[in-house]
Design a protein around this ligand. Structure first.
Ligand SMILES: [Zn+2]
Length: 144
């Protein structure tokens, strides 16, 4: 019996409420290379876990925070999304939580739109982006 299994049984026996809470924070994903894989589900994950992939491709994604802009060429566009992301079984990259910044393409702004975009950028950096950086800093410190 592994140390993990011993610890789990101890908790099951002596702390059933804790065991129930821990069990609620896992998710089982069916993979094509490792069958059913049960992984810890971080509180920040949106819980969307498609099956039929490889275990290495299992990923946790957090709620995206989005920066939008009103442009001269396309009206309102999504400039970027930032979200927490983790691939606990990744083989080619980190298995730790990271922030993903997903960027959009080229867009045109008139002067008023550019000023408005600047204000939105400032608010985005000071608000949601700052908060997400704080959350990631906690995750990197070992708290999950
Ligand atoms: Zn997840």
């Amino acid at each position: 019996m592994s140390e993990d299994e011993k610890a789990r049984r101890f908790v099951d026996r002596h702390f059933p409420e804790v065991a129930r809470l821990l069990a609620a924070r896992t998710v089982t994903v069916t993979t094509i290379d490792h069958g059913d894989v049960t992984v810890y589900e971080p509180a920040w994950c949106l819980g969307v876990h498609p099956t039929e992939g490889y275990r290495a491709d299992i990923e946790h994604r957090g709620q995206p925070i989005r920066l939008k802009a009103d442009t001269a060429c396309h009206g309102e566009v999504e400039v970027l999304d930032v979200f927490l992301y983790q691939r606990p079984f990744a083989e080619q990259s980190s298995t730790a939580p990271v922030a993903v910044v997903a960027l959009d393409e080229w867009h045109e702004f008139d002067a008023a739109q550019l000023a408005e975009f600047g204000a939105a950028l400032t608010a985005f950096v000071a608000g949601p982006l700052h908060d997400l950086a704080e959350q990631l800093r906690l995750l990197e410190g070992g708290e999950q």
